[in-house]
Design a protein around this ligand. Structure first.
Ligand code: XIL
Length: 840
């Protein structure tokens, strides 16, 4: 095969431009290619728009991941699966149009090349992938020469040392020689280190001893003097025991002049525990400081366990892809980002971790929010600070065009004349009315009855200054449009101006939720950039009663046997912090009893804490939730960060508490090696009230003006009334109560599921100065006697409203009846109730 020199990104680009290895294949006219072509219509505007003083705008605007990566002289790659490549033309076309780099997902592994016996090689699938790369001018990396997994059946502990050396050398020789023209790099050794930092127990370690790693690099170098030789591993994406061990391993190789060129960081990430850009940069940089290159080699981001609805989880995934690419771009020696596959149609995650959607294109090869996150990473659009609710608008930065946007009049295009971040922004020209502007359809990302922060940057040309308005248009099915001005400001032609406001969506099924930017006089050009729609968090009260350890450790304990004390030795704020000492295991640390603190089961909580360690310079510290339901303990990661002995680090995360009737619910901090002290300060846990589940109670605020959904338990009379109201104008009044147990009831059998619900209601009396009110559940498990369960109690009065709170645990028996009702005042006393809630 002819050598297509793809050894260095810059050389590769040159090779691409002179088409030195072109075969003259016609461009595919697959749906993806057509779609990409249609998208590029947008770019024609940019051409007349180029600012010839800016070298970058002499290049065409970016139309693919590969274009974006090339802006930073990096490669962007993907793992390739031979069966898809051979059978799905859209897969092949998308691969060729979006990427500049590929790695065979399985086909160059030893076990794929020699699946039967040492005498036979099966090169055809690998040949097909690497000749595809060659024909389509994609650089390629071989993967992998030495790995304990996916080995031929004849590589086992029965093989003698000499035979194993010979077999390994022959594999390296055959495979590297065969593909030396197509592969610019090789993963020489994969996953040789275990999570605890020791060398992984593999057939190679057992038979050849620890020197097999250095030997493999030497043998590989003998075979190919130019290939970039990588060590590759997972769970080393941040500073931790394993990445420390890999660091020591490769430092030893460098010191011994072993021909290793770089380290690959797999980055199989889980959205809610993915490291920050800063953490990744700090970790990657210590490797490049050794004179090595680095690459992100197998990026994917699992979202199945992330908190929130699908739109939110996809937006969180976008944040993580953005962060990881940004980290590579910020590290000079990071030469590529490869995702492990590119369509959710085909990912190893589903088979290994369970069903998920971990990649940047969906099953129909459409661009997911994660795709735009990658684009933003390459285009240096700033990443969200940790803990920021994600932007639900996938394409708010317009770096790759105006996908998802439309004009309400005039013409929408993108431009590189001006940009708030990156190199491109949206603009609306040919505006013939002030109402003409840019519009985003947010129906698929915004939920009903939810508050959002909306923001955008605007600028105008064709007038020195004019008003720009950020609007929201909503319409309930069958209803009329409601147009709300969220923010208005005077934009200028001299600088970008931020606009921001709050949107609360109507509590209905909406057939329109649109965001718009408009306002300047006809003829003025409107520029828009960096538009964001983020859930407005409504945080409940602080759950942590003693967040700063200023006096003592009240409410805290040493989880797993650590000693816990309040100390003046360190403090993030105030004079003291908490410190866990005498830690004899990594899981020991400061713990907090969340049941005792009054946490709402089923609630979603935002966590934040400041951490510092002593005894180790850098170490991961995780915040973990332990919950015990039905005698079964479960551990969930709330958040993880890299703590240091040189200063305080903030940890942020979110956790959905289990909704089972938990008997134990503890949050604790763990991770550093035994013997390391953990300092903790300014801990916060607040419920995110905007993600609570729907209210089980129908007509809960009586603003319908009717008693619909309610019945009299016993035989009281019910009326909706405006005589009193806690919120709004209406409440519910129960009269003719001839026994204490009588009162208003609601049947929740059809809507409740097993688990714990939080209850609240406002109550008031008429006919007695004071008296008790109880909220009670009548639960009927099929075939068993009725159970009456107290949900909550309050001392009500006739002079004002009183809040009643409590919780209801719905059993998992087959239920034939489930009613909640209000009772308690003496017979003859009337009861008002209002704003009743029963939610997780
Ligand atoms: C995976 C492949 O994607 C799967 O198709 C196969 O069944 C198992 O291996 N780390 C690696 C990759 O280095 O080689 C693995 O690839 C994923 C984890």
């Amino acid at each position: 095969m002819q050598r297509c020199s793809c050894r260095h990104p810059a050389l590769w680009l040159v090779g691409w431009l002179v088409a030195g290895c072109a075969t003259g294949e016609p461009a595919d006219l697959t749906p993806a290619a057509l779609e990409a072509k249609a998208r590029r219509g947008d770019d024609r505007d940019d051409r007349d728009d180029r600012d010839h003083h800016h070298p970058q705008s002499r290049r065409p605007p970016i139309g693919s991941l590969a274009d974006a990566a090339a802006r930073t002289d990096r490669l962007v790659g993907t793992a390739v699966d031979a069966p898809f490549l051979n059978s799905d033309p859209v897969y092949a076309a998308t691969l060729a149009s979006e990427f500049s780099y590929l790695t065979p997902g399985n086909e160059t592994k030893w076990g794929s090349l020699q699946p039967v016996d040492p005498a036979h090689w099966e090169f055809a699938p690998a040949d097909a992938i690497l000749s595809f790369a060659h024909r389509r001018h994609l650089a390629a990396k071989g993967h992998v020469l030495i790995w304990h997994s996916q080995l031929p059946p004849f590589i086992n502990d029965g093989v003698t040392r000499d035979d194993l050396v010979a077999l390994v050398r022959r594999n390296i020789h055959e495979v590297m020689r065969r593909y030396r023209h197509e592969t610019r790099a090789w993963d020489v050794v994969n996953e040789a280190v275990a999570d605890d930092g020791t060398l992984r127990d593999t057939v190679f370690l057992r038979t050849l001893g620890p020197t097999y790693i250095a030997d493999a690099f030497r043998w590989a170098r003998e075979e190919d003097r130019q290939a970039v030789l990588y060590y590759n591993d997972f769970n080393i994406d941040t500073v931790n025991a394993k990445s420390n061990a890999v660091y020591e391993l490769v430092r030893g190789l460098v010191d011994a002049h072993v021909p290793i060129d770089g380290v690959g960081f797999q980055m199989h990430l889980e959205a809610q525990t993915a490291p920050s850009t800063e953490e990744m940069v700090a970790n990657l940089t210590r490797f490049t400081d050794l004179g090595l290159r680095v690459n992100i080699s197998e990026l994917d981001v699992r979202i199945a366990n992330a908190v929130g609805d699908l739109a939110t989880r996809l937006a969180i995934q976008r944040q993580v892809f953005h962060r990881a690419v940004a980290a590579c771009v910020q590290v000079a020696g990071c030469e590529s980002v490869t995702t492990w596959g590119f369509t959710d149609l085909d990912s190893w995650i589903d088979a290994t971790f369970g069903p998920d959607d971990p990649l940047e294109l969906d099953e129909q090869y459409r661009r997911k929010p994660a795709y735009y996150g990658m684009i933003d990473g390459f285009m240096a659009v700033p990443v969200d600070p940790p803990g920021t609710p994600p932007n639900l608008i996938a394409n708010g930065s317009f770096e790759i065009g105006s996908d998802g946007w439309a004009a309400s009049g005039g013409r929408l295009s993108t431009s590189r004349r001006t940009a708030h971040t990156g190199e491109r922004s949206a603009r609306v020209t040919d505006r013939t009315e002030a109402s003409h502007g840019a519009v985003y359809d947010a129906r698929s990302v915004a939920s009903r009855n939810t508050s959002y922060d909306v923001s955008a940057w605007v600028r105008i040309s064709g007038a020195a200054s004019d008003r720009v308005t950020l609007t929201a248009t909503t319409r309930c099915i069958g209803g009329a449009d409601t147009v709300t001005a969220l923010a208005t400001a005077t934009a200028t032609d001299a600088a970008w101006l931020p606009l921001g406001g709050e949107l609360t969506t109507p509590d209905c099924i909406a057939d329109d939720i649109a965001l718009g930017l408009s306002g300047p006089a006809a003829g003025v050009v409107l520029h828009v950039d960096d538009v964001a729609l983020r859930r407005h968090e409504q945080l409940g009260p602080e759950l942590v009663a003693n967040p700063g350890f200023e006096i003592d450790t009240a409410g805290w304990f040493g989880f797993g046997g650590a000693a816990l004390s309040s100390t003046a030795a360190q403090a993030h704020s105030g004079a003291r912090s908490g410190v866990a000492t005498a830690r004899t295991a990594t899981f020991q640390g400061p713990g907090l009893d969340l049941l005792a603190a009054g946490a709402a089961l089923g609630g979603t909580y935002r966590a934040s804490a400041w951490l510092r360690i002593a005894g180790t310079s850098l170490s991961p510290v995780a915040m973990t939730l332990k919950s015990t339901c039905d005698g079964q303990a479960t551990f969930q990661r709330i958040a993880i960060t890299t703590a240091s002995d040189a200063g305080w680090t903030r940890l942020t995360g979110s956790i959905a508490l289990p909704s089972c009737a938990a008997t134990e619910l503890v949050a604790y901090f763990e991770g550093p090696p035994a013997g390391t002290d953990i300092y903790l300060d300014d801990v916060s846990l607040r419920q995110d009230l905007s993600v609570r589940s729907p209210n089980l109670i129908a007509n809960a605020d009586f603003e319908s003006g009717s008693t619909s959904g309610w019945f009299g338990f016993g035989s009281p009379a019910l009326t909706a009334t405006t005589a009193q109201a806690h919120g709004g104008r209406w409440s519910l009044l129960a009269t003719n109560r001839s026994a204490t147990f009588m009162g208003p009831g609601s049947d929740i059998l059809a809507v409740a599921s097993p688990g714990v619900y939080q209850a609240s209601a406002w109550v008031r009396l008429d006919g007695a100065a004071a008296g008790p009110v109880f909220m009670t559940a009548k639960i009927t498990c099929a075939g068993a006697a009725d159970q009456f369960v107290r949900i909550g109690a309050a001392s009500a009065t006739d002079s004002g409203w009183t809040l009643l709170t409590g919780s209801l645990s719905v059993p998992s028996c087959p239920r034939s009846g489930l009613i909640v009702y209000f009772e308690g005042p003496p017979a003859g006393v009337n009861e008002y109730i209002d704003d009743v809630e029963l939610r997780r």
